[in-house]
Design a protein around this ligand. Structure first.
Ligand SMILES: *Cc1c(COP(=O)(O)O)cnc(C)c1O
Length: 493
């Protein structure tokens, strides 16, 4: 358990301060002192006075209040919270990568460009697309790039009346946001009773105002859409393009290439599928991939070989802007440190390893599902992919909700699963174990879920009051978002 101390009673660094305590001692000054201009020196700067050890303990203790993949199981559905191997961090800190400056001349950063070029090529190979841009900074940013590419494609053909994007009702909220930000009207399409896109409804939506569809496959129910080929055909016949949300690539690596399914444009989440750290607002990366007819529209610059190499001389890499590019999505070249981590991850696993990642991610999810399916209602009774959704509500314990189950899991030392998403499942709990967890963890977690289902009937108050052991209990999440307090107040001296 991490909750070693109560954060609410944790003294601030100012309260720990004790006059005269010091972290550093400067040597006697050996040069004449000169005074600073008066208006540059603040008179009241009550800095805390502490020893180095006080400071280290304080920040180490509060850092332990954060939940992390390195600290415990994190089955947050749709987010792919897999373990991030530490070798990724090692390579990202190689001075040749970490100390280069984005304004350096290209000939002095050939190694960095070679890494970016290779990553572009690997992502193309993994996904079956013809071009990749590493520019976008996150999944949602990659979506925006992809939808802007769809818009640019129709405009380049003078096809101005295509104003509509279809988005299935199971989609991630970023999909409609990306479409609306790109100036499109969003039409929501229902899911059929097997959890696939409803073909009958789609048929009626496919007309000459259709710009495209945004599909997530496997979808956010954790199900492979069995109608994907028909959907792609229907949309193409109506003159639209198919966007693939690639956040769920962890289920497909080495098994299915979205490009082979006929998808035209897709984003990756390097920070999900390829194990670069995420959460806490750190940098992510959402490269966008396209098929042949869209390569000229990619955001740039891309890395290309500008002069072929020979046996003795390596090729010369350069930065190139595609001819009809939608422009830049990001200053400079995207999040380079994240590229190094994703490159390392792919290189360490190789092609066979990629496939085994997907196989184990799917196996682990089905293992938990099979263990808990008699304790929780499973809305779509199918083999799941890398994640699955159950209902967090029981007929014989109507006062207990998905949120209570999620909060109770915290007492047992787990990060809660995603809840209330996807919206089409009543009281949804969305569980994604990832491939990096072992059988013992999956067993313990499944047992805990079963135990909580029993508690819901026998001791519902245990769930309603959860979490019991954390520094703060139930937060007002709306207030936390609306009235965010970002700084502590300095107590009066
Ligand atoms: C995570 C996710 C996104 C958005 O990715 P970010 O990197 O968080 O912006 C989009 N779609 C799905 C299905 C996702 O799971």
């Amino acid at each position: 358990m991490f909750w070693r101390r109560l954060a609410m009673s944790e003294p601030t660094i100012y309260e720990l301060s004790s006059p005269g305590r010091m972290g550093v001692q400067y040597p006697e000054v050996g040069v004449p002192l000169s005074s600073l201009p008066d208006d540059l020196v603040r008179k009241d700067l009550p800095l805390p006075e502490l020893s180095e050890l006080d400071v280290v303990r304080h920040f180490t203790n509060i850092s332990h209040l954060n939940y992390s993949v390195d600290g415990g199981f994190y089955p947050l559905g749709s987010c792919t919270m897999k373990y991030n191997p530490k070798v990724n961090e090692e390579t990202a800190r190689f001075p040749g990568f970490a100390l280069t400056h984005p304004l350096q001349p290209e000939e002095t950063v050939q190694g960095n460009l070679a890494l970016m070029f290779t990553l572009q090529e690997w992502l193309k190979e993994i996904s079956g697309f013809s071009g990749v841009s590493l520019q976008p900074a996150a999944g949602a940013h990659g979506e925006l790039a992809g939808v802007l590419i769809i818009r640019a494609y129709h405009r380049a053909k003078g096809d101005e009346k295509r104003t509509k994007i279809i988005i299935p009702d199971s989609a991630h909220g970023t999909n409609p946001a990306s479409s609306v930000m790109s100036g499109f009207d969003v039409v929501s399409a229902p899911t059929d009773e097997r959890g696939n896109a409803d073909l009958n409804v789609l048929k009626n939506l496919c007309d000459d105002t259709l710009a495209g569809i945004m599909l997530t496959n496997p979808n956010t129910l954790g199900l492979f859409d069995e109608n994907v080929l028909e959907v792609v055909k229907m949309v193409h016949e109506a003159g639209g393009l198919v966007y693939g949300d690639g956040a769920n690539m962890n289920a497909l690596l080495g098994i299915v290439k979205p490009g082979d399914l006929g998808i035209d444009v897709m984003h990756f989440n390097l920070h999900k599928t390829f194990s670069t750290p995420h959460g806490g607002g750190g940098p992510g990366s959402g490269p966008v991939a396209v098929n042949e007819k869209l390569v000229d529209f990619l955001p740039g610059p891309l890395v290309q070989i500008v002069e072929e190499g020979t046996d003795e001389v390596p090729p010369l890499f350069g930065l190139v802007m595609p001819s009809k590019s939608i422009g830049r999505m990001k200053s400079f070249y995207g999040h380079f440190g994240i590229f190094v981590r994703a490159y390392t991850y792919i290189a360490m696993h190789g092609a066979k390893g990629m496939r085994s990642i997907a196989e184990h991610a799917v196996l682990n999810a089905n293992y938990i599902l099979s263990k808990i399916k008699n304790s929780y209602t499973v809305p779509y009774k199918r083999i799941c992919m890398h994640e699955f959704v159950v209902e967090g509500i029981f007929n014989d314990a109507p006062g207990v909700h998905a949120l209570d189950i999620a909060k109770r899991l915290i007492d047992y030392g787990y990060h809660p699963p995603t809840n209330y998403f996807p919206l089409i499942v009543h009281e949804a709990l969305m569980i994604e174990p990832t491939e990096t967890e072992n059988k013992a963890t999956l067993d313990d977690f499944s047992q805990t879920l079963i135990k909580i289902a029993e508690e819901a009937r026998k001791q519902p108050d245990l769930l309603h009051g959860a979490p019991h052991k954390t520094p703060v209990k139930r937060l007002d999440e709306v207030k936390a978002a609306r009235d965010l307090v970002m700084c502590c107040t300095i107590p009066d001296k």
